[in-house]
Design a protein around this ligand. Structure first.
Ligand code: 0X9
Ligand code: ZN
Length: 310
């Protein structure tokens, strides 16, 4: 059983995902898309109403927990999973057209390390033989799109260490392999969302340079503005919308730029959810539910945009 009044361990979340899929076998299936450095499963839940004929369903990917200390990401992801699965009758239209693929905790080792050893840990826990004994890679610098560009480091002790090679981390390689494997075969990917914290921003590509925009930026921005309005309508939380490298800072090798740049996804966003620094990464657990409710209001706008555009 699960609740959203406290933050939970990776093993509790993984067990809960399994039981949820067991209880709702018609719409939910769990897959382990890989194994972390320390041997934990990287668990994905696939949610949708199966279609027996017609075109491939549209794919909507959501991940959380890429950065270990950003605990609210996994909490929001699990809230969204619970909402979709247990209230699926309310989401018939979306679930007949769209398949959701949600990985609540990408960086499982880091998440557990943050829970038990070092609250502000960010990276994975891999060992790339640093002389100083530093561990871990920033998974959001480890994707191969402009890998090693601005806002990355080759210093193994850096918080933004890009890794020895692109996809050196089993966690990022698992994402790439799964997304690639099913693309165009069992799903037509459309939307990619990465849940991070904190800043209260909806970020579009590109993130690897400043003042650089994809050709369809006007559409990306317009839909994100609509999503931000829906979010603000819940509790008045203010969000900024813009290209990551321009309104936040340039950082290359991130999952969003890879998703867009590889051509697998069209609507690509990184959410930096609550707050703006009062608590920062240490967001109190009593803000999980309001954060999830307002974030879901925004995420539904992308879903509606997908089903309308026919
Ligand atoms: O630096 C990051 O990876 C993200 N911010 S965080 O504070 N959660 O670490 C922002 C990534 C935005 N996307 C790109 N720059 N591509
Ligand atoms: Zn992050």
């Amino acid at each position: 059983t699960m609740d959203w009044t406290s933050y939970h361990s990776a093993s509790d979340i993984n067990m809960w995902l399994e039981s949820l899929a067991f209880n709702y076998p018609d719409i939910a299936t769990v897959y382990d898309i890989g194994t972390s450095t320390e041997g934990r499963p990287i668990r994905l839940i696939h949610i949708g109403i199966p279609r027996t004929s017609g075109p491939l369903k549209q794919g909507y990917w959501i991940d959380g927990g890429m950065h270990a200390r950003e605990w609210v990401g996994p909490a929001v992801a699990t809230w969204v999973i619970n909402e979709l699965v247990t209230n699926s009758d309310q989401y018939q239209d979306m679930l007949t057209e769209i398949d959701f693929y949600i990985v609540p905790i990408v960086n499982v080792d880091g998440y557990e390390y943050s829970r038990t050893k070092d609250r502000l840990w960010r990276k994975t826990r891999s060992n790339h033989k640093s002389r100083a004994g530093c561990l871990g890679v920033d998974p959001n610098r480890n994707f191969d799109y402009f890998w090693g560009g601005e806002g990355t480091s080759s210093d193994k002790c850096s918080e933004i260490y890009k890794g020895p090679t692109p996809f050196s981390e089993p966690e990022t390689a698992a994402m790439r392999d799964y997304i690639t494997k099913i693309s165009g075969k069992t799903v037509n990917w459309v939307t990619y969302i990465a849940l991070h914290s904190y800043a209260q921003m909806i970020l579009t590509p590109w993130g690897y340079e400043t003042n650089l925009y994809p050709e369809d930026y006007a559409e990306l921005k317009q839909v994100a503005d609509e999503a931000a309005s829906a979010l603000t309508a819940c509790y008045g939380t203010h969000y900024d919308v813009g290209a990551a490298g321009t309104i936040l800072y340039p950082a290359a090798g991130a999952s969003d730029d890879w998703s867009k740049g590889s051509g697998y996804f069209r609507l690509v966003y990184t959410f930096e959810v609550r707050d703006t620094g009062r608590y920062g990464f240490l967001l109190p657990a009593d803000q999980i539910i309001p954060t999830a409710i307002e974030t879901w209001a925004a995420l539904k706008v992308f879903g509606r945009h997908m089903t309308e555009k026919k």
